[in-house]
Design a protein around this ligand. Structure first.
Ligand code: URA
Length: 334
């Protein structure tokens, strides 16, 4: 059911969403009156392709009408686990009162088990697996998808989990800068055998808006700080509990304390390439991760399943309230 069909008692949020969606429809009818920001690809070879097959999504320009399917997307949330991204779309649908909260949301990428994708209204939720290579492949195809669908003014947010440094477990970190394992704000990619260095700048105003949303929510601690992106969960993050380890507890503490001095609040495995690729494509991007443990105090994720699940809801709640606030503001000002 569409948001404004057959509803006699439309809740306040729902009428806001209805107005938002109507305004968005009108925007598309008058494109010249808007200063919209497209999603860029930088690849002349794409013009020569008859069909662009987005293989890992099981979608393509020849087989699917991407503008019809995705042209209204304004917010994209990405996260590691397919299960979490499904639960996010259910959460956001209920939060925005777009559709009945209990209706089923089909996986748009059902033709593949690589990634999962869900959509409700202007919100797309996509899983990216673990680590830089996995999220990079997903982002190449996602950026092309948004480009082929002629999406404009898209905000993309990674919601995830991380290890904190000197923070109470459950604290949410909004990334100021993504840094590498030497604490530098760069992402290195080897292309044709040569190392290409890319910037990992994220949108500072979006980060501040997210922090403000968290203050308004007032349900958990949120900080803004640097996020270290590593190539590995164990040795790459100075853990002592992997299959291999050649350093001492003191070495680990020294390294993590140096990270802390460099402004690192948390450690995860995807933010650097996420920031670099979103910047190249002109997407307004942010990273919001909850800390599952304090790495200065331990390495193993020994908290109960329920507590860890509860922590994982926090980035969803924060991003959900941000999206709701943005949609409400747009509906009121258009
Ligand atoms: N994800 C990580 O990359 N590291 C952690 O310690 C926890 C979650």
């Amino acid at each position: 059911m569409k948001p404004d069909e057959g509803q006699t008692n439309i809740p306040e949020t729902s009428s806001v969403i209805t107005r938002y969606l109507r305004n968005m429809d009108q925007r598309e009818e008058k494109p010249n009156q808007q200063h919209s920001s497209p999603v860029y690809v930088h690849n002349p070879h794409l013009n020569a392709l008859k069909d662009d097959i987005l293989y890992h999504f099981s979608l393509g320009t020849g087989s699917h009408n991407l503008p019809a399917m995705f042209g209204d997307v304004k917010f994209v949330c990405v996260g590691g686990s397919p299960w979490r991204m499904k639960s996010f779309i259910e959460f956001i649908a209920a939060e925005l009162a777009i559709e009945e909260a209990k209706s089923e949301y089909p996986n748009i990428c059902a033709g593949t088990d690589r990634y999962a994708m869900y959509k409700v209204g202007p919100v797309l939720s996509v899983s990216h697996g673990m680590g830089i290579p996995s999220i990079a492949i997903m982002l190449h195809e996602l950026i092309k998808l948004l480009h082929h669908a002629h999406c404009t003014d898209v905000t993309i947010i990674r919601i995830g989990t991380s290890g904190g440094i000197g923070l109470e477990p459950g604290t949410v970190v909004v990334t100021k800068q993504s840094v590498d394992a030497t604490f530098l704000p760069k992402f290195e990619q080897v292309i044709l055998g040569k190392t290409v260095v890319r910037s990992t700048d994220l949108d500072q105003s979006l980060a501040q808006e997210l922090l403000q949303c968290s203050k308004e929510l007032n349900q958990f601690e949120t900080v803004i700080g640097n996020t270290m992106c590593t190539l590995d969960f164990y040795e790459g993050q100075a853990r002592l509990d992997g299959a291999f380890c050649s350093y001492t507890e003191a070495d680990k503490q020294e390294y993590l304390n140096k990270a802390k001095e460099a402004g690192v609040c948390n450690i995860e495995m995807e933010s650097s390439v996420f920031a670099a690729m979103c910047k190249l494509s002109g997407l307004q991007a942010a990273v919001v991760c909850v800390t599952l443990l304090d790495r200065l105090k331990g390495d193993q994720l020994s908290s109960s399943h329920e507590l860890l699940q509860n922590y994982q809801l926090r980035p969803q709640m924060l991003v959900g309230s941000y999206i709701k606030k943005q949609m409400k503001a747009k509906a009121e000002h258009s």
